[in-house]
Design a protein around this ligand. Structure first.
Ligand code: 5AD
Ligand code: FES
Length: 374
């Protein structure tokens, strides 16, 4: 049962009414980068297949104004699939017994970074389940060694919720960015999707702390998760406008049959792209990845995201032998590929939709002057 975007499921007939109001609202959003809650809700409740094209064009044009057709690349290393958290949708949560757990040592992580560096990547996204093995001391050693060997790179961490003190230490050691999806801005949905020991308020507190410390921060959410409503999605837009993060990861919920949410419908490509487009319009300069989840849902999902308003891609540079074990959802792409293959694949895909790779560090546009001078 899918509760969002009711009009998308209807077949469009030529003589069907096209709501001028949607065009008006998209134009208003393009000009003012914001709408009232009920106006967002009107779009989500009423947008049809016909009107989506207009929204996508508006979003693409805004992206083009700031970033043209450049796509920033980040090398993604999934360093551990151990996780102590209980996100009910996630295929590596602590309850899952069907996967083999692995973690990489600092030496192995450094090896991945070096390979990525040779492929031209200037940003490494170091991601894992919430794994207590990675103490501040271990991570600080990792960060310092990466920065010592490759001083011109940016380090992004995506390791989940930690204390403010820990975030501060990792920042002081040389981390530049932190990705922590807020997952949903609806307290009800958050509580539904997560184990009872997890806290909606703490997640938000973490994001606030990361911003205060001075990280370039990434938030994000899933589209089409079980029981999600258009009202919930509007909450995401309102929250993101207020948080004003540097990056926002948006992907469809993809049902994993080994999780307790088995049997649910997955999110769809159009729903996800609508949210990508709306986010581009409310935060015109934000960094928006064409996510792996979009590529896993649809063969050209990531390309469609680039044509809609995304401007970042994250090719995988994890050791191939571990990739299949980082199965947060099923049918994840790139699990049998090498870092080289992903690099070539991504390059081809980007070129295929008239975009070009940008191998700079890819900071948010408001920080680019700082980049040029350091
Ligand atoms: N489907 C889609 N996205 C998922 N994530 C985790 N599990 C799933 C799933 N089943 C997303 C979460 C998390 C990010 C790393 O991956 O949003 O923050
Ligand atoms: Fe990894 Fe295409 S990006 S195989």
């Amino acid at each position: 049962m899918n509760y969002i975007f009711p009009k998308l499921k209807q077949k469009f007939k030529n003589d069907d009414f096209i709501s001028e109001k949607i065009y008006y609202l998209v134009d208003k959003l393009t000009n003012e980068a914001n709408l009232e809650k009920d106006e967002f809700l009107y779009i989500l409740n009423n947008i049809t297949k016909k009107e989506i094209e207009y929204l996508f064009k508006a979003s693409y044009n805004i992206k083009y104004t700031y970033y043209q057709n450049r796509v920033y690349l980040r090398g993604l290393i999934e360093i551990s699939n151990y996780c102590k958290m209980g996100c009910k949708y996630c295929g590596i949560n602590y309850k899952i017994k069907t996967i083999k757990r692995y973690r990489l040592s600092v030496d192995e992580i450094l090896e991945c970074c070096k390979q990525g560096y040779h492929l031209g990547y200037k940003t490494f996204v170091i991601q894992s389940g919430e794994d207590s093995y990675y103490t501040d001391d271990i991570l600080i050693e990792m960060i310092q060694r990466i920065k010592k060997e490759m001083p011109d790179v940016r380090i992004t961490l995506s390791l989940g919720e930690r204390s403010k003190e820990s975030y501060q230490k990792l920042f002081d050691a040389g981390t530049d960015r932190y990705l922590l999806r807020h997952e949903t801005a609806s307290r009800r949905l958050y509580n539904y999707l997560h184990a009872s020991f997890m806290s909606f308020d703490n997640r938000r507190e973490c994001l606030k702390n990361l911003k205060e410390i001075g990280y370039q921060v990434g938030a994000g959410f899933m589209v089409g998760s079980p029981t999600q409503t258009n009202e919930d999605l509007v909450e995401d837009l309102i929250y993101l406008k207020e948080l004003d993060p540097h990056m926002i990861g948006i992907g469809p919920y993809l049902c994993h049959e080994d999780t307790e949410l088995r049997g649910n419908e997955s999110g769809t490509l159009s729903e996800s792209l609508i949210m990508v487009a709306l986010v581009r319009l409310i935060l015109p300069k934000v960094l928006l990845p064409a996510t792996t989840a979009l590529g896993s849902l649809h063969t050209i999902g990531r390309e469609k995201a680039l044509k809609t308003g995304a401007n970042v891609m994250m090719p995988n540079i994890s050791p191939t032998e571990n990739r299949a074990k980082y199965e947060i959802y099923q049918n994840k792409i790139c699990t049998a590929d090498t870092s080289n293959q992903c690099r070539n694949c991504i390059e081809g895909r980007i070129a295929g939709v008239g975009h070009v790779i940008d191998l700079g560090v890819g900071d948010h546009i408001d920080l680019e002057r700082i980049t040029d001078n350091d």
